[in-house]
Ligand binder design. Structure first.
Ligand code: ZN
Length: 297
């Protein structure tokens, strides 16, 4: 973020999800305090770490029908939680709000935003198979590639959203600069990322599910994300850290030695749910994620 090269080593972390050989070093910049993977894989090398069976790419048809009945309401409620989180800060989103969702995956956020508020949005995703699926299945516009590939116009959007995306980005500073360029002054950005300052990150250390190297490359606190946003022309308006039920089950399973969970589908998530159940009463204090809203200045 700041260009300094001096950093201190924090942790050595293996690839828990796909059990590929080797370990990745997580360091903290001595100057700006940003925590990141160093050295960092090239974009070309990274592609191998996003296989088609990666659970983030699971398509609805790949989940059995009974499980869809359990999972669909939780997918919808997470979209609603995100919409409400934004509206708590900037007020109800009018129908004419122009939105781009970067790292849109199956485009579920924009689908529910359209359903609930009538807003038209465009998704951007790096996975060709997922982008094709969204176009065919939901008939929604998606750009396949990076935000830079999309080549949107200056000031084209009122709202940019990045949900569990920025931590995957090899150059977050560059991507936020591009996000600022395509947002009108006074527009907003909503970012949701893992929160490295929370209790789960501290107790699970290298087995914390969100140290998901080398897919996750940057780890934020409100302070470091605010610094980065400021550099890119944003003013932080609101920040909220929070826990999600059952996600901690993934860290529990990593700690018990389960190290090939990257390709789990529906039934596997039940196992994660069971492992996370004992932690349910602590969700209000076990903050694993943070969500911010910032204004384009
Ligand atoms: Zn730095």
């Amino acid at each position: 973020m700041c260009g300094a090269t001096e950093s201190k080593a924090l942790l050595q972390v293996p690839d828990h999800l796909f059990a590929q050989p080797g370990k990745y070093q997580i360091v903290q910049c001595c100057s700006c305090e940003l925590v990141y993977v160093n050295p960092r894989p090239t974009l070309e090398a990274l592609k191998k770490h996003y296989p088609d069976n990666y659970f983030a790419y699971t398509q609805l048809e790949e989940i059995s029908r009974p499980l869809q009945y359990i999972l669909n309401p939780s997918i919808k409620s997470s979209a609603i939680r995100r919409i409400r989180g934004i509206e708590r800060v900037i007020g109800q989103l009018p129908q004419e709000t122009k939105v781009v969702d970067v790292g849109c995956g199956l485009n579920l956020f924009l689908r529910y935003l359209g359903e609930l508020r009538g807003c038209q949005g465009v998704g951007v995703d790096f996975n060709a198979r997922v982008a094709e699926y969204v176009r065919k299945k939901f008939n929604m516009p998606v750009v396949y590639g990076t935000l830079h590939d999309a080549g949107f116009d200056n000031d084209q959007f009122d709202l940019v959203t990045m949900h569990e995306y920025l931590e995957h980005e090899p150059n977050p500073l560059q991507i936020l600069t591009e996000a600022r360029r395509i947002t009108r002054t006074g527009g907003h950005i909503n970012i949701e990322v893992p929160y490295i300052g929370g209790i789960p990150a501290r107790i699970f250390r290298s087995r914390w599910s969100q140290f998901d190297v080398p897919r996750h490359l940057v780890f934020f606190t409100p302070r470091t994300l605010e610094k980065m946003l400021k550099r890119c022309g944003y003013q932080l308006v609101a920040v909220r850290t929070f826990g999600l039920p059952f996600v901690i089950g993934l860290s529990v399973l990593h700690s018990l030695g389960f190290n090939k969970l990257g390709g789990i589908k529906g039934a596997g998530w039940l196992l994660v749910g069971v492992a996370g159940t004992p932690f349910l009463p602590f969700v209000p204090i076990m903050h694993e994620f943070m969500s911010i809203v910032a204004r384009a200045e």
